[in-house]
Design a binder for this molecule. Structure first.
Ligand code: UTP
Length: 236
């Protein structure tokens, strides 16, 4: 029995992604297959478009970033509800509620094979929630499923020749993503630096991959070739 936590970037659910219904169906059938193999899976869903839109709408009126973060958290919980209901509807043993804290999520994952949640408190993103959930539930790894194929030396959207990394140590990842401060609600990086720092402290393995292809999430769960970036400790 393997326990893994998957951070699903909210961008994966957004309208710009072509065939997003097919993507959601693919996610549901992949989770169903892993559940039949006795895996235990925590899914932490990001806020994507509704988070960005809501924060942008309220920003001129609200100066406190923590209050803007709360709008982002509400969007993550909306997206988590979409994923939870889709899994539940297809008979997957998923927890009946969306936990609001890591402690609650860990307890629910002891009762059900699948737990879906969004954000928790202001001050970080759902990547950090997923990494904390992974550490607290003694998971084998934390998968960061995003809309790029891995960690690049430069932003591939700006430089098409940017090189991706197959492997990075936690320190190398932190060198690439920089500061560990959550300065602005809605700000996005390949991995939340707050989560990356906690992954370093706990030695939690991260698999960063292209979540638009649900089979790559499965590959990461089963320890196969997920074609992204593994962040871990160099084996001697
Ligand atoms: P996301 O986790 O969606 O951030 O949270 P993201 O990096 O934009 O991820 P994608 O694009 O969905 O993959 C959206 C915002 O919600 C607030 C933060 O403001 C974050 O930027 N948030 C989220 C929190 O304050 N706490 C949380 O636990 C989660």
């Amino acid at each position: 029995m393997t326990t893994v936590i998957v951070a699903l970037g909210g961008s994966l659910l957004r309208p710009e992604i072509e065939e997003r219904h097919t993507w959601l169906e693919g996610l549901v059938s992949m989770i169903r297959e892993r559940v039949s193999m006795n895996d235990r899976i925590g899914i932490v869903v990001g806020g994507g478009a509704p988070a960005r839109e809501g924060i942008e709408l309220a920003r001129p009126l609200i100066s406190d970033e923590a209050h803007l973060d709360k709008i982002g958290i509400a969007a993550t919980r909306l997206n988590a509800t979409i994923v939870r209901e889709s899994l539940s509807n297809s008979g997957i043993p998923v927890s009946g509620t969306i936990p609001k804290s890591i402690d609650e999520a860990v307890l629910l994952l002891e009762e059900r094979q699948v737990v879906v949640m969004g954000g928790t408190n202001p001050g970080h993103t759902t990547d950090a929630v997923a990494i904390r959930f992974a550490v607290a539930s003694d998971a084998k790894k934390c998968i960061i499923a995003t809309n790029v194929p891995g960690v690049f030396d430069e932003d591939p959207k700006h430089n098409p020749k940017a090189q991706s990394h197959d492997f990075l140590t936690h320190h190398q990842l932190l060198d690439i993503i920089g500061s560990s401060e959550h300065s602005k609600a809605g700000d996005s990086q390949i991995v939340d630096p707050i989560g990356a720092r906690e992954a370093l402290e706990s030695g939690m393995i991260l698999n960063i991959l292209d979540g638009r292809k649900t089979e790559l999430i499965k590959e990461a769960i089963i320890g196969g070739d997920f074609k992204g970036t593994e962040v871990g400790v160099v084996s001697s």
